[in-house]
Design a binder for this molecule. Structure first.
Ligand code: UTP
Length: 477
């Protein structure tokens, strides 16, 4: 009976595959046991062949035109410090943000479904240990920040974490083993993003094994769809959550809930808001916030024409200076609107090295890009919003991602930046921090979010410490 059903499903899928000229993925069917046949069938049945066929034409067999609008101008943004005439607006925005958090209208949202290939860590990136003294994993730092916000605002603050089919189980286990870092399982909601199969350059689906296709997560833009498909938007609505504070898993300096940012977003009727930083050089490898046809857009560094990237104002300042750091506030209603219509986010093509099983059943590790991966990017949602604003932040306070195994944006630079920030807060509170000959803190410092969420809170605590000596390890919780 079971076998008969399997055979029937096999026939159905075989027909479909034939229609789309992908029947080669069943090449090893007869070598598979029943469980493996079932696994392959399930994966194939979950594919949206109509969508894939369309993408094959536009993104795999052809390279999609990189759409760079003609009329790009620098995007306006709210500066970190208000101009005199904005002081009142900023004061009110902060109050509005605080009230929204207190009322339980804001949830934190971390995207943690990426593959972290550049870091090369054996495990989900959120489990990577980063803090300078206690060696806490990234997830723990965010958990402590959420807990600290729950205490500060006496509020219910949920944390939504996007996982991928590749790391979902590992992430859930990691939280269980660590007792949810004190948050309680009821505060944490995991949801799995979708994946996309990889194609070779001839448009053929690649096998990872005899019983599975080579797939990868569908990009951080898959967040919206995944929220919808996992009934998270519905849950948020039931819980009275209206705003999502979105950040990536690799930046432990991020402010997980910033009342001023949230308040400006609400006050300005924005549907999706973003944080920006001044670029460190003209060609920094970051997305650029630009204005085109009255809409805010992010143009990737590789797409921004060089003459624009290098353009300067008469006073010497850089014209296109607003970098994106993938920190957003997103309205739950906006997510609902985008996922309810056919106008979803577009896919982007990336050529990557994808290990695969060849026709002879041998595993191949390519040394050159051999495949097309398709991903959606969250910042493409900006152009679909009726209103979108940008708020500046301070790199030294809020941004130092762990992307690479060494060099820039690595664990080394991130720990250095965590120590520098702690030293700055200590000095602001009147505590001396010894320096080495290069002017860097000559000690290892760590301030838990449970002690203070920002410099202001830290200074207000008037910390009393023994004098800090060279080589000391100082941890505050
Ligand atoms: P990155 O673009 O840095 O990609 O993701 P990555 O997969 O983490 O790392 P590399 O490029 O393979 O080295 C930025 C953020 O978006 C999340 C990541 O987990 C990270 O927080 N992300 C990325 C997803 O959640 N899903 C994806 O499909 C891609």
């Amino acid at each position: 009976m079971v076998q008969a059903k399997l055979t029937e499903r096999y026939k159905q899928i075989q027909k479909k595959l034939k229609k789309h000229k992908q029947q080669h993925v069943l090449r090893f069917w007869d070598e598979l046991d029943e469980a493996k046949q079932e696994k392959l069938l399930e994966q194939l049945e979950s594919l949206d062949f109509a969508e894939l066929e369309a993408l094959l034409g536009t993104h795999v067999l052809a390279k999609p035109d990189k759409f760079v609008p003609k009329d790009i101008r620098p995007a306006p943004f709210f500066s970190l410090r208000p101009k005199p005439e904005q002081k009142e607006l900023y004061r009110k925005a902060r109050q509005i943000g605080e009230k929204a958090i207190r009322n339980g209208e804001v949830a934190a949202l971390t995207v943690a479904g990426g593959q972290g290939t550049r870091l090369g860590f054996d495990g989900p990136k959120g489990a990577f240990c980063i803090s300078p003294v206690k060696n806490k994993p990234l997830f723990q730092i965010f958990a402590e920040a959420i807990l600290a916000n729950q205490r500060r605002f006496q509020a219910k603050i949920g944390w939504y974490i996007m996982t991928s089919p590749n790391n979902d189980l590992q992430i859930r286990k990691f939280f269980e083993q660590n007792n949810y870092f004190g948050l309680g399982p009821e505060s944490v909601e995991f949801f799995k993003q979708g994946s996309m199969p990889a194609f070779d350059f001839e448009g053929k689906l690649l096998l990872a094994d005899k019983d599975s296709l080579a797939t990868s997560p569908n990009g951080h833009g898959g967040t919206l769809r995944a929220l919808k498909q996992n009934n998270c938007l519905e849950k948020m609505k039931n819980d009275g959550v209206k705003y999502l504070s979105y950040f990536q898993v690799d930046n432990p300096l991020v402010s997980v809930l910033d009342p001023m940012f949230i308040g400006l977003h609400i006050r300005e009727d924005s549907e999706i808001s973003s944080r920006t930083l001044p670029k460190v050089d003209d060609l920094e490898r970051v997305g650029n916030f630009c204005l085109s046809d009255g809409k805010i857009v992010v143009i990737e560094y590789s797409d921004l024409p060089e003459n624009l990237a290098q353009a300067h104002n008469p006073d010497g300042s850089r014209k296109f200076n607003a970098a994106s750091i993938a920190v957003h506030i997103i309205n739950v209603d906006f997510a609902e609107r985008l996922t309810g219509s056919k106008t979803g986010l577009p896919y982007h093509r990336a050529e990557k090295k994808v290990p695969y099983l060849n026709d002879e059943g041998l595993h191949i590790e390519p040394s050159e890009p051999n495949a097309v991966k398709l991903e959606m990017f969250i910042f493409d949602a900006l152009t679909l919003a009726t209103k979108s604003i940008i708020f500046e932040t301070d790199r030294a306070e809020q941004f130092s991602p762990v992307k690479n195994a060494s060099g820039p944006d690595s664990a080394l630079t991130c720990r250095r930046d965590m120590i520098r920030r702690a030293a700055r807060w200590l000095r602001l509170a009147g505590i001396e921090v010894p320096r080495n000959p290069q002017g860097e803190p000559a000690c290892t410092l760590e301030i838990s979010p449970l002690y203070a969420l920002d410099a202001e809170e830290f200074v207000a605590k008037k910390p009393k410490l023994e004098p800090i000596k060279m080589g000391d390890k100082v941890y505050l919780e």
